[in-house]
Design a protein around this ligand. Structure first.
Ligand code: UD1
Ligand code: UDP
Length: 352
């Protein structure tokens, strides 16, 4: 059958890599890239690293307000769906591209499948929370990464369309870890045999206010050792506009490709982040993760003791980061061979 997958942002390319590889064994896929992320190191690099075929449609829609961005995406996606008449549309995660894809699809009466459904931070000030709730309630098939996601959906009356598949990033990471062995990023950043913390920041509540962002960075000066900081474009623009100083113990880089970033995660002493995907990868790679947020959708990583949630303004931030050192074995909470399970559910629903 003809399946259209819709992506637009970095974490979605990573999920698409595994999904597309398995889907194409059985079905014809057309890829719509909304253009939400557009720098070569936020987009093209991922299609190369993950060996994803070039998108069939690139809408080049980015920037603007949430309403402007989402409405332009809905309109352009709708035009393509009317012309292509796919039997199924697949959206991933919780970005504006997810929301636009789901709305355009269901309004046309085309079945929509949401991968990474059922997550909730219960923080409605996060744009992602609104996107997830709407995508889940409008989509026809919901693939849940965790048992907690299934429970969240049960509470919202969504169980009849929910499937527990596990997290597709498990497959992307295991595929990427093999390929990452040949990455030379450690050498090119001059990090050989060095202890370092790996930092990423892009959540609006951490970076949009220059005072908050400079407070976070200035606190991390006191961290022992080097901090490697591949800077997200959102964060970079706030740093540049406001002349925020990057601490002297930082190695600042542009955003890195997936394989280089996996290599750095594997080599790091700890990961400090506000990313959703990186919390999971840290857990899967058995790296202590400090999440600079007061809540998370990935509650299992905290319950298993490998993820520490820290408010950036909490006292003794550095002491708490440095003393967080889990070593125990964690349960397998994100599943295995997830993509095969997903495609076999699709085949059962649509073909058999
Ligand atoms: C988006 C998602 C977020 C996800 C993140 C992953 C929404 C509402 N947010 O946040 O859920 O965690 O992606 O990284 O969908 N920019 C560039 N070049 C790029 C990409 C972005 O300059 O390649 C700029 C944009 O023009 C914009 C800013 O960065 O000014 C933020 O981009 P945007 O896609 O709106 O939100 P993210 O913070 O990236
Ligand atoms: N990532 C990457 N290069 C980087 C930073 C992150 O390849 O410089 C990958 C990371 O391995 C993870 C994903 O990007 O798979 C997470 O995306 P991001 O943090 O942008 O978004 P979120 O998961 O928070 O939505």
């Amino acid at each position: 059958m003809k399946v259209i997958t819709i992506v637009g942002a970095r974490p979605q390319f990573i999920k698409l890599g595994s999904f597309s590889r398995e889907l194409r064994k059985f079905h014809t896929e057309l890829i719509i890239h909304t253009g939400q992320h557009f720098d070569s190191e936020m987009s093209d690099l991922f299609f190369r690293d993950l060996e994803i075929p070039q998108p069939d449609f690139n809408l080049n829609i980015n920037g603007g307000t949430h309403g402007q961005q989402t409405s332009q995406m809905i309109s352009s996606i709708e035009t393509i769906l009317i012309k292509e008449q796919p039997q199924l549309v697949v959206v991933f995660g919780d970005t504006n591209s997810t929301l636009a894809g789901a709305l355009a699809t269901v309004k046309l009466g085309i079945p929509c499948l949401h991968v990474e459904a059922g997550l909730r931070s219960f923080n409605r000030s996060m744009p992602e929370e609104i996107n997830r709730v709407v995508a889940d309630h409008t989509s026809d098939y919901l693939f849940a990464p965790t048992q907690t996601a299934m429970i969240n959906m049960e509470k919202e009356g969504l169980s009849s369309k929910a499937f527990l598949t596990g997290d597709i990033m498990v497959d992307s990471l295991s595929w990427g870890s093999e390929k990452a062995k040949s990455s030379m990023i450690m050498e090119s950043l001059g990090l050989h045999n060095q202890h370092f913390s790996l930092l990423t920041l892009h959540r609006p509540y951490n970076v949009d206010d220059p005072l908050t962002l400079s407070t976070i960075l200035s606190k991390l000066i006191d961290l022992r050792g080097t901090v490697v900081f591949p800077i997200h474009p959102r964060t970079k623009s706030i740093v540049e506009k406001n002349g925020i100083t990057i601490p002297s113990n930082f190695v600042l880089t542009k955003p890195l490709g997936y394989l280089d970033f996996i290599k750095l995660q594997e080599a790091s002493t700890r990961i400090i982040t506000d990313s959703g995907g990186i919390q999971k990868e840290a857990f899967l790679l058995k790296k202590p993760c400090i999440t600079l947020r007061s809540e998370t959708e990935w509650v299992e990583t905290v319950a298993e003791g490998w993820n520490l949630l820290l408010d950036v303004f909490s006292p003794n931030l550095i002491g708490r980061i440095e003393s967080f050192n889990p070593t125990h074995k964690a349960k397998q909470v994100f599943g295995l061979n997830v993509t095969k399970k997903m495609i076999s559910i699709i085949n059962n629903q649509f073909i058999n």
